[in-house]
Design a protein around this ligand. Sequence first.
Ligand code: SF4
Length: 97
Amino acid sequence: MPDLATLADYFSIMSDRPDKFTPEQVGYSPRPKFKEVCDDCIHYFRGKVAKRNTCEIMRPTSDTESDATQGWCWYWNADYKTFPLLDKPECPIEKET
Ligand code: SF4
């Protein structure tokens, strides 16, 4: 029989959630600006039971509208390595090499 997770294990994991970026750090907006939107981003996950959508790299603040499928941020990508919005002239994020 496998080692099953205890309820204590569960609460331990839930109390140690990974850090995420703030909406400000990634330039998040709940309103679309480009054709790239959260709904098509590899970081966006849909929760059917909780009826919540979530981004795996950005944790919204309590007053951030984060369920917006048409939201976006500068780190939008579909393959973990190509970031088309970072190349926009108006993008304020510096790309370090
Ligand atoms: S566009 Fe930005 S905020 Fe939206 S899902 Fe992708 S990484 Fe998250």
